[in-house]
Design a protein around this ligand. Structure first.
Ligand SMILES: Cc1cc2nc3c(=O)[nH]c(=O)nc-3n(C[C@H](O)[C@H](O)[C@H](O)COP(=O)(O)OP(=O)(O)OC[C@H]3O[C@@H](n4cnc5c(N)ncnc54)[C@H](O)[C@@H]3O)c2cc1C
Length: 285
């Protein structure tokens, strides 16, 4: 369930492991992946190797590298041919990749469907969707921030996923930026100095993004000005999403044949394939 970064990586990994997978996604407004900046820093994976969840090993970091390299070299290009993802930006600078994350749903081979409840029934899971029920031997809930709502509706233990809203503004670029443009700013009544960065983006665009604060209107104005300063022109597209925040990435069996995978917070793209690898291992035990 879910075709964000995590559900996509999980579906692909399970298929690769020879499983028959049905991936359902309801195109939930506020999903994180379509809004993500798409930056993958090597340091993220290195840090996880030291202080990540206890199950995170070199294998999980390696799975991330392989996935991203596959994604850059083949996957996204192939999808481009299929007119699903039209463009991508493979690399910004050494150690930092950038993927345009559009329409992951198709990459996961997902079908449209909203899951409303899960119920164990004599050796299988009864997956109730708005379109009707589906029976599954095993279920993976990878619905980002929205995972807890489904678990609660199914009377299953929840994870306590916190919402961390973020937003990105995109506009056509009048000229490419020679280097990222960073602005330090402070919102009225806030003691914290914040920074926002404008970067070149795919399709001759420029992008600015930040975590959204309650004073969103004022913040958007600051970001809009930075976007213009960075050469953004014409209509501005706003993408927003809720990052699923947990203290640590969670990929756990919460019931027999049921795995919940969420908590990517700010690094969900970077870590998706490592999480997928863990799912495959858990479902094989
Ligand atoms: C502005 C912004 C910038 C970011 N930048 C980066 C970055 O640079 N690098 C990085 O690594 N990460 C970044 N992130 C974080 C990253 O985007 C997230 O951690 C990641 O996308 C989470 O993926 P997910 O698949 O767990 O959740 P989501 O992307 O939220 O996917 C959940 C999916 O589940 C589906 N769903 C929900 N409920 C149901 C239901 N009941 N039935 C069926 N389907 C359902 C939704 O439609 C959705 O497609 C950023 C996030 C934001 C918002």
């Amino acid at each position: 369930m879910g075709a964000g970064f995590w559900g996509t990586a999980i579906s692909l990994a399970l298929r690769e492991a020879g499983r028959e997978v049905l991936c359902l996604d309801c195109d939930q407004p506020g999903a994180a992946s379509p809004a993500a900046a798409g930056l993958v820093r090597q340091s993220t994976l290195d840090r996880l190797a030291v202080s990540g969840p206890r199950w995170w090993t070199e294998q999980h970091s390696q799975a991330c590298q392989d996935f991203l390299q596959w994604g850059m070299a083949e996957g996204w290009a192939r999808l481009g041919q299929e007119r699903i993802v039209s463009d991508y930006q493979p690399r910004l600078r050494p150690g930092l990749w950038c993927v345009e994350c559009a329409q992951l749903l198709s990459l996961a081979g997902a079908e449209s469907g909203r899951v409303v409840r899960l119920e164990p029934r004599s050796g299988h899971w009864w997956v109730e969707t708005e379109e009707g029920p589906v029976q599954a031997r095993q279920v993976v809930v990878a619905a980002g921030f929205f995972s807890d709502a489904l678990l609660a509706a199914s009377h299953l233990p929840t994870l306590g996923i916190q919402p961390l809203p973020g937003s990105g503004l995109l506009a056509q670029a009048s000229r490419p930026l020679l280097e990222p443009l960073t602005l330090a700013y402070r919102l009225t009544g806030d003691t914290r100095t914040r920074t926002a960065t404008a970067r070149n983006w795919v399709g001759n665009r420029v992008r600015v993004g930040d975590t959204l604060e309650p004073g969103e209107h004022e913040q958007m104005e600051v970001l809009r000005q930075l976007l213009e300063q960075a050469g953004g022109q014409g209509p501005i597209v706003k993408r927003w999403g809720i990052r699923p925040a947990l203290v640590q990435l969670c990929v756990e069996k919460v019931a027999e044949n049921l795995v919940v995978a969420s908590g990517g917070k700010r690094t969900g793209l970077a870590t998706a394939a490592g999480a997928a690898r863990r799912v495959v291992d858990l479902l094989s035990q």
